[in-house]
Design a protein around this ligand. Structure first.
Ligand SMILES: Nc1nc2c(ncn2[C@@H]2O[C@H](COP(=O)(O)OP(=O)(O)OP(=O)(O)O)[C@@H](O)[C@H]2O)c(=O)[nH]1
Length: 371
């Protein structure tokens, strides 16, 4: 079929309609296989025809070896060992403080990512091993919100499938996933990893059929007390599984093996589906919240201005010549300061950057010490 559009124009339209990349935030319990998953996803995207190299960020300051080439690596900006020493912290406090320090530079991270928006289709974030450090910290929320307001974003919740075959463990893991979903409100994909060791069909069955899960629950625990009544634990689990039944309805789930590469095609299809979900559900909510914030700010400015005008008219009545003698202080030259601790793209710069000097904290940010 021939088209009447000239070719040049077509190209122009293609370039301007290039979709924004999708950010994939990889979250999961320690040892679930997040880093291996990111490595495999990275390799899978490189091997596609044509190759689709992603932009990769490592946000785990404590990892000793990153099994993929990260564009931005938190370890280039914050020295986690030094943070632990200087603040006299244990490993988890050290990771949290390192992430806090890095978050103060996250605007630079977004600038670097934005420069590459036209050439990449995926931005992948690998998060710290200790899940709560990212999911329950202010820094984790700031980073997630910042990314999600710049581009379509999806959470990939990586699950260690062989370790979730017991119904109680499965349910605990799902409840955790549920809490992250309600906290971020972002499109969510359950990624059942390590399917080379344990296929994930049991999980799909339990999620699709409430009765199957109840049966599994009954088989795994005694379920009844000495008088034949359901135990408190059993009743609690039954009620919670009813709640989860609702949660599963809006979720996508895929089984993958980060070792063999199985399931990554399905995963990327789920990511594309999530892009739509982001645009139809998350974006309008974000827009509403932004308008509400702007309206509140406008009202408070208006209020301050009315009070200021009132004060001025009182001043003028008291001292009619006052405003004429007032002098403004000359503005100081804006400091064109290049901060040596800038975040860098290590792939472009060819090496690590300089650390945030935590012994010389002249910034206004006073991070509370972790409790
Ligand atoms: N068999 C199998 N092993 C896997 C798979 N994915 C990860 N692993 C193994 O699981 C272990 C943990 O993997 P990591 O990628 O380090 O897990 P992580 O979630 O990043 O770990 P932390 O960052 O320390 O929490 C490693 O021994 C991996 O080789 C998989 O799909 N199949």
């Amino acid at each position: 079929m021939s088209t009447s559009e000239p070719k040049g124009k077509e190209k122009e339209t293609d370039a301007s309609s290039k979709k924004k990349p999708v950010a994939i935030i990889t979250i999961g319990m320690a040892g679930a296989g997040k880093s291996t998953f990111v490595r495999r996803l990275n390799a899978y995207l490189h091997s596609r025809d044509p190759p689709k190299p992603p932009y990769v960020l490592n946000l785990d300051p404590a990892v000793t070896h990153v099994p993929y080439e990260a564009n931005i690596d938190i370890r280039d900006t914050v020295n986690y060992q030094e943070v632990m020493k200087q603040y006299n912290l244990g490993p988890n406090g050290g990771i949290l403080t390192a992430l806090n320090l890095f978050t103060t530079k996250f605007d630079q991270v977004l600038e670097l990512v934005e420069k590459r928006m036209d050439s990449v289709d995926y931005v992948i974030l690998d998060t710290p091993g200790q899940i709560e450090i990212f999911t329950w910290s202010a820094s984790g929320a700031i980073i997630t919100d910042a990314v999600a307001s710049s581009m379509p974003t999806v959470v990939a919740y990586v699950i260690d499938t062989p370790r979730t075959t017991a119904p109680a463990t499965f349910m605990s893991n799902m409840l955790y996933a549920c809490s992250i979903l309600y906290k971020t409100k972002l499109p969510f994909i359950l990624v059942f990893n390590k399917t080379d060791v344990q296929p994930h069909e049991f999980a799909v069955k339990w999620m699709n059929d409430f009765e199957e899960f109840q049966e599994a629950l009954a088989m795994h625990g005694s379920g009844r007390d000495s008088e034949g009544e359901p135990t408190y634990m059993n009743s609690l689990m039954n009620s919670m599984s009813l709640v989860l039944d609702e949660f599963y309805k809006g979720l996508k789930s895929v089984g993958v093996s980060s070792v063999t590469g199985d399931g990554f095609k399905d995963f990327l299809e789920a990511v594309e589906g999530s892009r739509e979900e982001y645009e139809t559900q998350y974006l309008p909510d974000l827009e509403r919240a932004r308008k509400q914030r702007e309206e509140t700010l406008r009202r408070s400015k208006e209020d301050s201005m009315t009070r200021l005008m009132k004060d001025l008219s009182v001043d003028r009545a008291k001292n009619p010549n006052g405003p004429l003698s007032a002098k403004w202080e000359e503005e100081e030259d804006e400091d064109d300061d290049f901060d040596e601790n800038d975040v860098i793209d290590r792939v472009e710069e060819g090496g690590p950057g300089k650390y945030i000097d935590i012994t010389n904290t002249d910034s206004d940010v006073q991070w509370p010490r972790p409790m």
